[in-house]
Design a protein around this ligand. Sequence first.
Ligand SMILES: [Zn+2]
Ligand SMILES: [Zn+2]
Length: 215
Amino acid sequence: MEELKNPFLFWSVLIIANLLMYVVNMVISFWWSQTKHLKSLKVTGLDVKTSVITLVINIIIAIPGYYLFSINKIMFTNHYFVRDLLLLIIAFDFAMYGLHYLSHIMWPLNIIHKNHHAHKYFNEFSLYVMHPMEAVFFGTLLTLFTYLFFFNMYSFLVFIFFNYLYGVIAHLNIRSPKQPMVFGNSTFHAEHHEKSNCNYGFYTVIWDKLFKTNS
Ligand SMILES: [Zn+2]
Ligand SMILES: [Zn+2]
């Protein structure tokens, strides 16, 4: 993975991956609503503008991470793939649950997080509709984790993809009475957008069940 220190390669891969994720999310979300004959939230010019800003921030926020990676302050290993992947998922799940909960009760986080809740129901842009600072927080948290712990490179890449996939799934238009057992689903996150006072978890429902904040 040393070749990724080449700035041309690193930034090309990062920009292409981000653009692809942005487009693929829209396609999946649109296809889902179409095949399920679901009415989605009307797309506004503000949705498009906000989502493009989030996309740009998701790219720019990698600058400090790339710098630390290039001077070997952020390093990756090539062992313990499964352990590191599980560690990333569990640690991030907990950190995001805590941050998300605080984002509903603590100033100024609640002001920032309000932007994401502008969508009570979903459209193709909902995943990317957020305050710019929220995108900055997530990118910084990711950089901080890789700075503090040396993860397996493949665990980290799979985790990034897993996080994206969960974001896409969580913001699909769906209404189902089924409650998830361990892993969150679209219904779980849709209820969070609707009610705003429950289901703060993202990948799993464990923390919500433990702290009795589930719906
Ligand atoms: Zn929220
Ligand atoms: Zn959401």
